[in-house]
Structure formats: structure tokens, C-alpha cells
Design a binder for this molecule. Structure first.
Ligand code: UD1
Ligand code: CA
Length: 453
């Protein structure tokens, strides 16, 4: 087996993004572009992967993790100069090296596989992944000789009017013979429109040495799309969104309006779940089977079991068991856990709280820092008073308790099993099990208070 190496170019600032965030860290469907590229590489499998970092080096490392080699390109003198930073690590190794740009998030593992297969079939020293662009503006053009073979790549800014008409573009993804790559890189100069050391110049160098240069044309242009500005970012987002949505629809999920449904690349969704327009399923959320995710719901990093119905609600970093219904207009904040058959109704906020099986907070409640047992009924307007301006305190409510409407439970406080809190109570002391607690001013009726005229 030939050894396989990979280099991801991720040192550029991404000036055209006009952003504080480094270009390759801009997310597409919730995942940074460079992470998409490295995930595609992982699908293929390489012996060693080197990431060239510069701008935002620490942030890129933090994103991709420890499993890679990182080399620093302190000054961004061009893509050729970028690959040269891996010289010490790679130059003497026998094998092939795939080079990719960190700003091509749509590239798939299958295409990288096909590129390598073509490289080996043609016994080439370089194989360029090319694509036919509707509008090639800005891209490097692939210049082929009379025999149809690739001779060189010319950058848009260096191209003649004639060359600019070429629609076959360089996607910035290549497979190289490793040793020849590093030999040729040392001959690359920077006499061009941008004064940069261009990686694609190694093509002309090796071609002139008589080496075999091949090209593999991607069947779709969209996959090779390079993101340089926010317009392209939004196009990448919509292509990726379509890809993700189609994958889930093929797996048995109903998406009423895919154009308006946002599912992160990390999320998973079970069969026969129905997703309504405007829903946004973010992060590594896991959604079970036969759920209904209502319009404009936002679910982030949450685990949702089967048969759950979410109507126009927000759920972040929480766990929801089977047959729970949530909303409309509920807010489940981080650290919450809703047991089976729990019902959370309209205008209810739950924060860092658990409600066990069968409990209900059907209307207008705040449940914060609370541990609620099974089959508890939190009447309309129940509030856990968990904060005194400095510290947060816990409320515990045992199984079967019934909290009357518009009650304040001033924490720390415990409501015993099957206890009953009368409507309108402000509870400041623990309530024993099975007790009825009334904590409100008595009603006084003043007869004939308003005299008739
Ligand atoms: C590059 C190609 C062009 C191709 C296009 C495809 C060159 C000279 N041109 O142009 O032929 O059609 O991609 O999208 O290679 N980078 C570094 N260090 C540098 C410069 C760039 O790490 O010194 C990284 C960037 O972070 C980026 C990648 O290399 O991830 C590509 O650089 P970019 O400036 O976007 O190149 P393009 O102008 O798009
Ligand atoms: Ca680019």
C-alpha cells in the first residue's frame, strides 16, 4: 500500500470575508468549514495529516484537536509557500499527498477517493481536481495542451482575456507524488499579479520536466465550491442544507419545506418524524422517531426521545424523554431533563430543572433549579423563586404534589409527597407530605362598601 499524506491549507485571514472570525472557522450548517474538510479526509483515511495554520492558529487547533500535525505559516506568502511549511515533516516520505484548501467545505470523501483512484490509474505525478464552472470568475483556470493534457493553471488575475474564457477551474484540491511536490515547490517563484508563491505553479514545473499530469473533473461543480466571501458562504450553506435535508428525507423523515428547515451536520433524526418550516435543529442534537417538530422551533445540543411533540419552542442542552409535549412558546434552558409523558405548555420556562414522568406545567410558569417528582401538577402561574439577588436555591417537589395556580415557592424549599398547595400561596417553609398548605391573606368582604346613589 502506498503511504498517504494530507495537507490542509488554513492559514489565510480570509480578508474577503470582512470578519473578526478567521475564514476557515466560519460555520456551514453549524460546523466550521475546516472541520468539514477534515471530516471528509477522515472518511478516506490518511497516515498523517498536516494542517498549515497562521491567522487564528490557536483557534483552528482548538477546533480540530490534537490528532493532527500543525505547522505555522507566519506570513501568508501564497498557497505554494503554505505547503512548503510542511517540508520538514514530509519531504522525504514516499507516497502520495493530497492537498486541500480549508475553504472548500462541500467536498466529500467519495470525491477525494475518486481523485486518488484516478491518480493511481494514470500513474500520474500530479492529479488536479477540476470542475466546470458556470461562472469561473476568480478561480484559477486549467490550461490544457493540444493533446488535451493539463499543462498549467493560471490564476484569474494573471490570465489573458482568452484564458479567462476557460470554464474548467482548479478546485485547489490535488493529489501529488509527495517527493516531487516538495522538489518542485522549491522552484516556484512569485513573479505574478499577486506577488505570491502559487501552489498550482508546480503543475507547469513538473509538466515541463515531462512528468504525467492528470486531471479528475468533479461531476458536480457545487461540491468543489471555494468560499471566499459571505455571498459564497450563504451559497455553501444552502447547498449543504439541501444535502443534509435530502439525506434525512431519504432516511424517512418528513420535511414539509426543506428550503426553510435548518439541520446541523451533526444532528440525527429518527424515522417518521415530521419537521415543520422554520425549524432549526442545531449542534449534536438527537431526535427520535415519530416526533413532531413544530414551526420555528429551535433545538440545540439536546436529546429528544420518540413521540415527542415540540410546538414553536426553544430547547437548549436538555434531555427530553418519550411522549413529552412542549409548547407552544416554551423555553427549555440548559441542564433540564423532562421525563416520559411530561407536559410543558405555553409560556413556560424551565431552567436546570428536572420533571419526572407524568408531571405537568401547562401554563405560564417558571421552573428554575427545581427537582420535580412524578405526576406533579404545577398549576398555572407557578413560580419557583430561586434567586435572592446573590445566590440560587433549589426547590424540590415530591411525587404527586399539586401546586395551586399562581403560587410562589420560595427556595430553598421542599414540598412533600402528595401535598397540596392552595392557589395564590407564597410558600416559604417546607410542606409535609399529604399536607394542605395555604399561605395567603384571608379574604375580607366589606359589606355595603360602595353606597348606591
Ligand atoms: C486558490 C487557487 C485557485 C483555485 C481556488 C479554488 C492558488 C494560487 N489559487 O485561489 O487556482 O481556483 O483556490 O478555490 O492556489 N492559504 C494559506 N496560506 C497562504 C494563502 C492561502 O494557508 O499564504 C490558504 C487559505 O487559508 C485558503 C486556501 O489556502 O484556505 C486557498 O487560498 P485562497 O486565498 O482562498 O486562494 P484562492 O484565491 O481562492
Ligand atoms: Ca479560496
Amino acid at each position: 500500500m502506498t503511504n498517504r499524506y494530507a495537507v490542509i491549507l488554513a492559514a489565510g485571514q480570509g480578508t474577503r470575508m470582512k470578519s473578526k472570525l478567521y475564514k476557515v472557522l466560519h460555520p456551514v450548517c453549524g460546523k466550521p468549514m475546516v472541520q468539514h474538510v477534515s471530516d471528509a479526509l477522515n472518511q478516506v483515511g490518511f497516515d498523517e495529516t498536516v494542517i498549515v495554520v497562521g491567522h487564528g492558529a490557536e483557534a483552528v487547533k482548538a477546533q480540530l484537536g490534537e490528532e493532527f500535525h500543525y505547522v505555522l505559516q507566519a506570513e501568508q506568502l501564497g498557497t505554494g509557500h503554505a505547503v512548503l511549511q510542511a517540508d520538514e515533516l514530509l519531504k522525504d516520505k514516499k507516497g502520495i499527498t493530497v492537498v486541500l484548501a480549508g475553504d472548500t467545505p462541500l467536498l466529500t470523501g467519495e470525491t477525494i477517493d475518486a481523485l486518488i483512484a484516478e491518480h493511481q490509474a494514470k500513474q500520474a505525478k500530479i492529479t488536479v481536481l477540476t470542475a466546470l464552472a458556470e461562472d469561473p470568475t476568480g478561480y484559477g483556470r486549467v490550461i490544457r495542451g493540444a493533446n488535451g493534457l493539463v499543462e498549467r493553471v493560471v490564476e484569474h488575475k494573471d490570465a489573458t482575456v482568452e484564458e479567462q474564457k476557460v470554464r474548467e477551474i482548479n478546485t485547489s484540491t490535488y493529489c501529488f507524488d509527495n517527493e516531487l511536490l516538495f522538489q518542485a515547490l522549491k522552484q516556484v517563484g512569485n513573479e505574478n499579479a499577486q506577488g505570491e508563491y502559487y501552489l498550482p505553479d508546480v503543475i507547469e514545473i513538473l509538466q515541463k520536466q515531462g512528468e504525467v499530469i492528470a486531471a479528475y473533473q468533479s461531476p458536480t461543480f457545487s461540491e468543489t465550491f471555494g468560499v471566499n466571501d459571505r455571498v459564497a458562504l450563504s451559497e455553501a450553506e444552502s447547498i449543504m442544507k439541501k444535502r443534509i435535508n435530502e439525506r434525512w428525507m431519504r432516511a424517512g423523515v418528513t420535511i414539509i419545506d426543506p428550503a426553510q428547515t435548518y439541520i446541523s451536520s451533526e444532528a440525527t433524526i429518527g424515522q417518521d418524524t415530521v419537521i415543520y418550516p422554520g425549524a432549526s435543529i442545531q449542534g449534536a442534537s438527537v431526535i427520535g422517531s415519530e416526533c413532531v417538530i413544530g414551526a420555528n422551533s429551535e433545538i440545540r445540543n439536546s436529546v429528544i426521545a420518540d413521540f415527542v411533540e415540540v410546538k414553536q419552542s426553544v430547547i437548549h442542552d436538555s434531555k427530553v424523554e418519550s411522549r413529552v409535549t412542549i409548547g407552544p412558546f416554551a423555553h427549555i434552558r440548559p441542564g433540564s431533563a423532562l421525563g416520559e409523558d411530561v407536559r410543558i405548555g405555553n409560556f413556560v420556562e424551565v431552567k436546570k430543572s428536572s420533571l419526572a414522568k407524568g408531571s405537568k406545567a401547562a401554563h405560564l410558569s417558571y421552573v428554575g433549579d427545581a427537582e420535580v417528582g412524578q405526576n406533579v401538577n404545577l398549576g398555572c402561574g407557578t413560580i419557583t423563586v430561586n434567586y435572592d439577588g446573590e445566590n440560587k436555591y433549589k426547590t424540590t417537589i415530591a411525587d404527586g404534589a399539586f401546586i395551586g395556580s399562581n403560587s410562589n415557592l420560595v427556595a430553598p424549599v421542599h414540598i412533600g409527597e402528595n401535598a397540596l398547595v392552595a392557589a395564590g400561596s407564597t410558600i416559604t417553609e417546607d410542606v409535609p407530605h399529604q399536607a394542605l398548605s395555604i399561605a395567603r391573606a384571608r379574604q375580607v368582604n366589606k359589606e355595603n362598601y360602595k353606597k348606591s346613589n
